[in-house]
Write a protein that binds this ligand. Structure first.
Ligand code: F1P
Length: 347
């Protein structure tokens, strides 16, 4: 809650309750396209941003992992803006992608947690996350603060493009300012999530399902579990389950379903039922009214506070990160220094 609050504080003017990003040497209203490039967790933040920016700001967004982008060398449209997201600001693939985009005349924006990093130095505009030092190797609060900055950016582009009405902007700002309070409420589920972790620690495979804004959060949940507990996990778009992963499901596979009560909720809930009908052990994370009833179908539910759809991905990240943490602690793996991983990947 504190670092999300700090990040909001940097970008929301408390007197006017409006978002104010640093001045930029260009206007998004002139941008033909936005290209977002990042690695790992930061890439998933980019996928959430794609939803926000395309939907609320009407700007087409491409998102790519830096390790592919830098070798694919895609043609970049004149007048494009390229956005690089990196906690450390030193990830080599992301830096190389930035240099390529620059050589193609893109305006360069970066979101970093370390202001004096190489990626920040080589950008036209830097938007800082205020996550504080990330002690663990796996990004956690860096991700939720990246989402916070990206939410502010989406609103700003929507304003510049004239696609976001004043009252819509006010509603989003209001929802954002409430996130730290709601994040604190989610932390109260710690004991319950710790118990759920016992059930996952013995699994060989874990599936995470989500739709829309919940899909990148499903991937982030799976990555966190892989990184710190070494359990194989996959994040899938819930609607893709029938195209393959459903074959994996039996009593031994826990399925974490990210299901905010948004316009896609009914479809996600029906995927949850399909999984449960095949014997999957479903953990259903939702704010839906009547969650207890769904609890008859799911093995367990985690009830989150009801929030505006826009901010839900920030909040739904927290229980999946907590789950990975508790599984890792239970298994006795090193949560802060997982094997084979480096904090910033500079090779
Ligand atoms: C990217 C990243 C992290 C991941 C791991 C390795 O780093 O893939 O998302 O958790 O620590 O590096 P960054 O570019 O965001 O610093």
């Amino acid at each position: 809650p504190a670092v999300i609050g700090d990040t909001l504080h940097a970008f929301i003017n408390p007197a006017t309750q409006t978002i104010k990003l640093p001045d930029m040497p260009f206007s998004f209203a002139d941008a033909t396209r936005l290209t977002i490039v990042a690695c790992g967790t930061s890439y998933y933040a980019g996928l959430v941003a794609k939803h926000w920016i395309e939907r609320y700001a009407g700007l087409g967004v491409d998102v790519d992992v830096a390790s592919e982008f830098r070798y694919r060398c895609p043609p970049l449209a004149k007048g494009g803006v390229a956005l690089f997201i990196s906690q450390s600001g030193e990830t080599l693939d992301t830096l190389a992608a930035l240099r390529y985009a620059k050589s193609k005349g893109q305006k360069i924006v970066s979101i970093v947690n370390v202001a004096e990093s190489t990626i920040a130095r080589e950008s036209d505009v830097v938007l800082q996350t205020y996550a504080g030092p990330e002690i663990g190797v796996a990004s956690t609060k860096a991700f939720t603060t990246q989402l916070t900055v990206l939410a502010c950016l989406a609103v700003t582009i929507g304003r510049e493009n004239g696609t976001l009405a004043k009252d819509e902007e006010a509603a989003i700002v209001n929802a954002l300012t409430e996130v730290p309070k709601h994040a604190a409420e989610v932390l109260h589920h710690d004991e319950a999530i710790k118990k759920l972790a016992l059930d996952i620690a013995d699994a060989r495979d874990v599936l995470y399902l989500g739709r829309g804004l919940g899909y990148p959060i499903a991937m982030e949940g799976a990555l966190k579990l892989k990184e710190i507990s070494y359990i194989h996990a996959e994040g899938y778009a819930a609607g893709e389950m029938k195209h393959g992963p459903i074959a994996l499901i039996d009593q031994s596979v826990p399925i974490i379903v990210i299901a905010p009560s948004d316009e896609l909720f009914e479809k996600t809930a029906s995927n949850m039922q399909e999984a449960a009908a095949r014997g999957g052990r479903v953990i259903f994370i939702s704010d839906a009214p009547g969650l207890a009833k769904l609890g008859d179908i799911a093995s367990a539910t985690v009830e989150l506070p009801k929030v505006a759809d826009f901010v839900a991905p920030i909040l739904y990240t927290i229980p999946v990160q907590m789950l990975a943490y508790h599984v890792a602690v239970h298994k006795g793996t090193d949560v802060d220094q997982p094997r084979n991983l480096a904090k910033s990947v500079t090779v």
